[in-house]
Design a protein around this ligand. Structure first.
Ligand code: GDP
Length: 195
């Protein structure tokens, strides 16, 4: 799949404030610093796209992008990260309800892409996310990020470990080398019904 155009649409403080669901949608979620912005930038080939949504005060916002591909249009959603060491307790408390409300209510959601850094052991909050995704039963794929940082021989085992720990299919990805981008686009395109 080839990206023809990608645009930032809006930031919303909660799922109910998003514009009506018009396009099939894939949403990205993960711990802060897991490589979510880099992955979205690499997938769309638009570095500036994600920079807009990273303005100060916007890290707890849901960011909506519209993407035109050669297979058809879709929406990408950048969900707020978790695990910010410096985040106020109040902000941390809001994260769970924000994500559950999005997962429960967003009718156009076709795929959740959950990102994990394979060099880190899963923490309680990572397990909480996996449990939440399993509970909601939305189609989900797990992505092991920054795999260029692992020796080649350790990449497959690392991806298998994440797949086993999460119970979801897992793919390797590197924003630095582009590894995994075609495969992830294919999974997104299929889930969104455009390929
Ligand atoms: P976010 O907080 O999840 O949006 O994470 P970022 O995309 O900002 O990435 C966090 C850090 O990891 C940055 O310093 C990135 O340059 C780095 N990073 C992200 N993806 C990759 C990758 O695929 N390979 C390598 N080597 N570094 C990466």
């Amino acid at each position: 799949m080839k990206v023809l155009d990608a645009k930032f649409v809006t930031s919303a403080p909660r799922a109910g404030a998003l514009p009506p669901a018009e396009l099939p949608e894939a949403a990205f979620v993960g711990r802060s610093n897991v490589g979510k912005s880099s992955l979205i930038a690499a997938l769309t080939g638009r570095k500036k796209l994600v920079r807009i949504s990273r303005r100060p005060g916007c890290t707890q916002m849901i960011n909506l992008f519209s993407v035109r591909t050669d297979a058809g249009p879709l929406a990408l959603v950048d969900l707020p990260g978790y695990g910010y060491a410096e985040a106020p307790a109040e902000e941390r408390r809001r994260w769970g309800p924000l994500i559950t409300s999005y997962l429960r209510n967003r009718t156009s959601l076709c795929l959740v892409v959950a990102l994990f850094d394979p060099r880190r052991a899963l923490g309680d909050d990572d397990r909480g996310l996996i449990e939440m995704l399993a509970d909601f039963g939305r189609p989900t794929v797990v992505v092991a990020t920054k795999v260029d940082k692992l020796p080649k021989s350790k990449r497959k085992p690392a991806v298998s470990t994440i797949a086993a720990a999460s119970g979801f299919d897992a793919l390797p990805f590197s924003a630095k080398t582009g590894e995994g981008a075609d495969d992830l686009w294919h999974v997104i395109g299929r889930a969104c019904g455009i390929v």
